[in-house]
Design a protein around this ligand. Structure first.
Ligand SMILES: C[S@@+](CC[C@H](N)C(=O)[O-])C[C@H]1O[C@@H](n2cnc3c(N)ncnc32)[C@H](O)[C@@H]1O
Length: 215
């Protein structure tokens, strides 16, 4: 998906819109972070979600993305924000970490892009520590143009906030909308306990999967 190299300016702005700021806060609430935790963002884009979280909690953050120009921008953003984040070019379909080392893994606007998300999900799940969490954000069943227009208007979102939200809906219309059961199916026979939350009247779907602890 190297077309994302050409979209750096767009994502750098979109990740700071009202709606993405709201999403980062919602996921932060579900992450239940503790000081010292190691957190991975899989498909981190320009890095703003992690940089926000790192401002709010004393955590170690690592972002990976396979678009080198996206990672270059994320590194610049980390310097600008004075956050000691690590951003690396890497493919989330094949991770180099041999052992589970991340207490939390987050991934937003990524998995719905894959034709067959199961193998990639299981690769990312592999690096979550026992008792750790994987947090996903995907489009829900109401991620349609009329419902998004209605919702954006009801929230008073205008300008780039409004237009980028509707543009995301346009991308989704060419991909897929997801139910909790769709997302859970990506785990195959891997054991997890799930909770799901609807965001923006079911336009968005937040999934939290907890890995069994070793005890
Ligand atoms: C729609 S953007 C979302 C970026 C960011 N997570 C956000 O919330 O705005 C999808 C990102 O996933 C990255 N990506 C797509 N496939 C990937 C892969 N196989 N490995 C790593 N990153 C990938 C793209 O380069 C892009 O930055």
């Amino acid at each position: 998906m190297s077309q994302f190299n050409d979209l750096v300016e767009f994502f750098d702005l979109q990740e700071r819109t009202t709606w993405q700021t709201e999403l980062a806060a919602e996921l932060f609430a579900h992450a239940d972070l503790e000081p010292g935790m190691r957190v991975l963002d899989a498909g981190c884009g320009a890095g703003w979600l992690l940089l926000r979280w790192a401002r709010q909690a004393k955590i170690e953050v690592v972002g990976i993305d396979n678009a080198p120009q996206m990672i270059a921008r994320a590194r610049q953003n980390a310097i600008q924000e004075k956050q000691p984040a690590t951003f690396q070019v890497a493919d989330i379909r094949r991770l180099d970490w041999a052992a589970p080392i991340f207490d939390r893994v987050v991934s937003t606007f990524v998995f719905f892009l894959f034709d067959n998300p199961g193998p990639t999900l299981q690769e990312v799940w592999r690096v979550v520590t026992p008792g750790g969490r994987l947090l996903l954000f995907n489009p829900g069943l109401s991620c349609t143009a009329p419902e998004m227009e209605h919702y954006a208007t009801s929230r008073g979102w205008t300008g780039f906030d409004h237009d980028s939200f509707l543009q995301w809906g346009d991308v989704v219309s060419r991909r897929r909308r997801l139910t909790p059961a769709d997302v859970e199916s990506w785990w195959g026979d891997q054991i997890a306990s799930f909770s799901h939350a609807s965001l923006w009247n079911d336009i968005g779907l937040v999934t939290v999967a907890v890995k069994p602890s070793n005890e």
